[in-house]
Design a protein around this ligand. Structure first.
Ligand code: FAD
Length: 359
């Protein structure tokens, strides 16, 4: 259905990546956000292009992560060429630390063909001179990171260049339906007719549950993060991850420490309690951070679903309606694969979805 009009609700990483992919395939795309483009969870994201302790995630998520990771290099190169903005896609590796090495990691690596190195204490200190007191760890050399504000900016510019109509500060209030088919949306500025609508509204994706008579069961989970300015002679660290919290160091010394996992509904505030937890975590993971004061603190609402499995594909009951949401802690990692899958589904070249059969 080339040149059909597709409305995408939500301009986070998932909506932007989907809009770009659909525009490349010749669709007329309208991308709507109730706030500014790229200001949801994606904005505060750490940009680690892998699940934390990836052997613990559901196989469905691991497979989508592998697909996305394989696409990432070409995706970032293309977006950089289209936009002129370099998103700092860097292979930093990821060091997963703990006091006991997990056999599940080596099993996962051998069954999925991923590279890992199991390290003892001296291996840890060789890799990160100021690592905390952990005795063992697992290094994943092939993990990349990206700088989120830059990736969002470059994707926004790229979408514009490809002809996507971007409408910020325009909230979708309702889905329009004609019989069993979606026919557009009502927004704060009026109605937009569409041949297809994609819900990519992150933590807010269940706003339309009453229109659909079916909940997507996407719930907000708050994540808080702090950042430091570290000395540039210490910055060639990999991502350091203890399964829940992590330290991400950029080339200019900016160092992020995240992330809390809090079920507090749509409250996106920051708290002193989280600040304390994150400062302690920072010191425990990287001793050098104990000498520094955090310079900033922010939070975002992750779109969570059971078992961390997102919804990517056609809505099971409403024709013309598509879902690309619920990516929880892995939205940036999973974005290129999810965009490809949703575009294949809208275009009708595939009906293989992720998560949608469980609705
Ligand atoms: C602290 C933190 C760190 C993270 N770190 C990582 C990481 O390192 N790696 C990783 O892969 N993932 C990470 N994540 C998770 C990742 O950020 C999310 O999975 C991802 O941002 C989800 O993207 P999204 O586009 O679905 O949602 P969002 O970025 O939240 O975008 C949804 C958009 O929809 C808009 N919207 C909602 N309702 C409407 C409506 N009715 N009408 C119009 N617009 C609407 C919102 O304004 C918003 O802009 C992190 C998350 C947090 C909070």
């Amino acid at each position: 259905m080339s040149k059909d009009r597709v409305v995408i609700i939500g301009a986070g990483i998932i909506g932007l990546a989907s809009a770009r992919e659909l525009a490349l395939r010749g669709f007329e795309v309208v991308l709507l956000d109730k706030a500014r483009v790229g200001r949801g969870a994606s904005r505060v994201d750490s940009g680690i292009l892998s699940p934390l302790r990836p052997w613990r995630v559901h196989t469905v998520v691991d497979r989508l992560a592998a697909t996305s990771q394989a696409l990432y290099g070409d995706f970032v190169t293309a977006v950089t060429n289209e936009s002129g903005v370099d998103a700092e896609y860097v292979k930093s590796g990821m060091l997963v630390v703990g006091d006991t090495h997990e056999p599940a990691a080596t099993e996962w690596a051998s069954t999925t063909g991923r590279n890992i190195e199991v390290l003892d204490r001296s291996g840890l200190t060789r890799l990160v001179a100021d690592i905390g007191r952990m005795r063992e760890g697992v290094f994943l050399p092939d993990v990349f990171q990206v700088r989120m504000p830059l990736l969002l900016k470059s994707l926004g510019l790229s979408c514009r260049k490809l002809g996507v109509e971007m409408r910020a500060n325009e909230e979708v209030l309702q889905l329009l339906q004609s019989g069993n088919r979606v026919s557009g949306v009502t927004t704060t500025s009026g109605q937009i007719s569409a041949d297809a609508v994609v819900i990519a509204a992150g933590a807010w994706s269940d706003t339309f549950a009453s229109d659909l008579c079916l909940r997507l069961n996407v719930t907000p989970v708050r994540g808080q993060m702090i950042w430091y300015q570290d000395s540039v002679d210490r910055v060639s660290r990999p991502v350091v991850d203890d399964g829940e919290h992590y330290v991400v160091t950029r080339g200019d010394g900016i160092t992020l420490v995240g992330g809390t996992v809090e079920n507090v509904g749509f409250d996106s505030g920051i708290t002193d309690k989280a600040l304390k937890t994150l400062v302690n975590k920072a010191k425990n993971l990287i001793t050098g951070l104990g000498e520094l004061e955090p310079l900033g603190h922010w939070s975002g609402l992750r779109p969570a679903r059971a078992h961390g499995i997102p919804l990517v594909g056609a809505h099971p009951a409403v024709d013309g309606l598509y879902l690309n949401t619920g990516h929880f802690r892995n939205g940036v990692t999973l974005a290129p694969g999810s965009a490809l899958l949703i575009a294949d589904t809208v275009e009708g070249v595939s009906n293989a979805g992720v998560g949608v059969s469980t609705l």
